[in-house]
Structures are given as structure tokens and as C-alpha cells.
Design a protein around this ligand. Sequence first.
Ligand SMILES: Nc1ncnc2c1ncn2[C@@H]1O[C@H](COP(=O)(O)OP(=O)(O)OP(=O)(O)O)[C@@H](O)[C@H]1O
Length: 290
Amino acid sequence: MTSGNTTMSNDTILKVEHLSMRFGGLMAINDFSFEAKRGEITALIGPNGAGKTTVFNCITGFYRPTMGMITLTQKSGEQFLLERLPDFEIPKKAKVARTFQNIRLFSGLTVLENLLVAQHNALMKASGYTVLGLLGLPAYKKAAGEAIEKARYWLEKADLIDRADDPAGDLPYGAQRRLEICRAMCTGPELLCLDEPAAGLNPKESLALNTLLRSIRDEGTSLLLIEHDMSVVMQISDHVVVLEYGQKISDGTPDHVKNDPKVIAAYLGVEDEELDEVIHEVEAIAGGEA
Ligand SMILES: Nc1ncnc2c1ncn2[C@@H]1O[C@H](COP(=O)(O)OP(=O)(O)OP(=O)(O)O)[C@@H](O)[C@H]1O
């Protein structure tokens, strides 16, 4: 299989096999494998320094893995080996979009302009890459109309439509996070990778984020997220994969993972003899949220 091959479609959108990443003497990721299913929210969790961001950076082309294979299968069945694609082709060809831990909006541009900039490539293609095309081609006018429609659609979904003409930098923090997600959605991804989307959000903003992420999933885009906020992970994920010291220690439903003693020990950093007590606490919290 090579990048761009067409094969039968299946329900696995992302398959990571035997991924390893070495930084000098440090093996940050060591023989890590997992799958993300199409139409699901998959969360990658683990203690600080476990290797989550490194895995994300390998998937999204920021790092070239030391070893391993990362296969993205689109709805059409077309497959891409992400570790072989140049980073700029991962969003364009493989249709994998991402957001970062720190917000990267154009704060001086309006909310709407941020979403139009995200669609710049499609607009330039429609212009035929000429000034005349920009000024007069019907294809460009049509594409420009569609870009505005797409932006409006995602602003409605994210409850940001009333702020469309305000500078992005004026939005509250939680709204900026949702705008970043809208911007990624405007590129038409099949897989959306989110790096700690709930970091720094208050409970109300967290709820709005959950609603947006669920609606993205329900419309057919698969999500992969790194998240430290366990209430977000447990409420919205269909599937959770847990890393510790660059290796997978658990993989399953949120219920399976939250009751897995290895996860509790690793994630909360408790000693073996304290495990029973912690399991009861976790169950009590989960019961309270239900
Ligand atoms: N570019 C790099 N060069 C050297 N070491 C790195 C680099 N990137 C990550 N590491 C190391 O790899 C390990 C995994 O880091 P990574 O950032 O992937 O963990 P993480 O699970 O995302 O952590 P956190 O939850 O704190 O963001 C850490 O020991 C980190 O110091």
C-alpha cells in the first residue's frame, strides 16, 4: 500500500501501528498501536509527559516517527500513510485537521474573516490562481458564496453567529476555542484532532464545547482528542486510549478505562495499596455526574 491508494472502505478511520518516536536517548513513544473508528470521538489520555502530544505530532505530520505506520482511511476508501506524506499535504489530501494547545487565531481579523482565511486554498483554486479569475470568474463567485455559507453554518453550530463581525481577539476564551474548532471544520476534515480543547474553560464553556464536539461527530466527522479534563473525556468519548511512558496501558469504552486499576494508578499517580479507595472515589464521582 502506498499513499493515495484506493481500497475498500471500512469503519476504521485511523490505524496507528507499532509507532515509536525517539528524541536522542529518550524513547518518548514505544511500540504504540491503536485504532480510531469512523464517526466516533476517541480520546487519548495519560499523565503529563506520557507522550500524547508526540503521538498527535506524528499523526499530523509535525514529527516524522522513528518507526511505525499511520494509516488514514477516508470514507471513499482511499488510504494515506500519514508518516510518508509531507506535513502540508496531511490536511489537504488526507483531510486531517488539528487545533493546538495554545490558541492560534488571527486576533485582529473578525470571527468571519478567520473562517474565510481557512478556506483560502479552495477560493484560490476557484479563481484559477489569476487576478482576472478573482475579479470575474463565476467559479470564484460561487466558491466565495459557499465559503461564507460554510462559515455561517459553523458559527451557528458553535453559537458564535452573533459575534461574526467582532475581532476574534475580543471573544471570551471559551468562544475563541470554539472558533478554532469552526476554523478547522471549514477545511472539511474527515478526522479532526484536538489538543486539549477544554483546557482553561469554565464549566459553562466546557458544556458548550461538549455540545459542539458531539454535533461534529453526529454529522460524520471523526474526532481524536487529547484531554486532561476527565469530565469532558468521560462525557463525550466513545473510546478512550491510555498512554503511560509512551506505551498503551488501557484501551476501551470510558467505563472500561475509568475502572481499570492500571489507569487509576497511572493517571492519578497512586500507590497499589491505595487503589481500592481511589476506585470507590472515582465511582462515586461518576455516579454523581450521571
Ligand atoms: N521535541 C522534543 N525533544 C525532546 N524531547 C521531547 C520533545 N517533545 C517531547 N519530548 C519528550 O517526550 C516525552 C513525551 O512528551 P509529550 O509532550 O508528548 O507528552 P504529553 O503526554 O503530551 O504531556 P503533557 O500532558 O504534559 O502535554 C516527554 O518526556 C517530553 O519531554
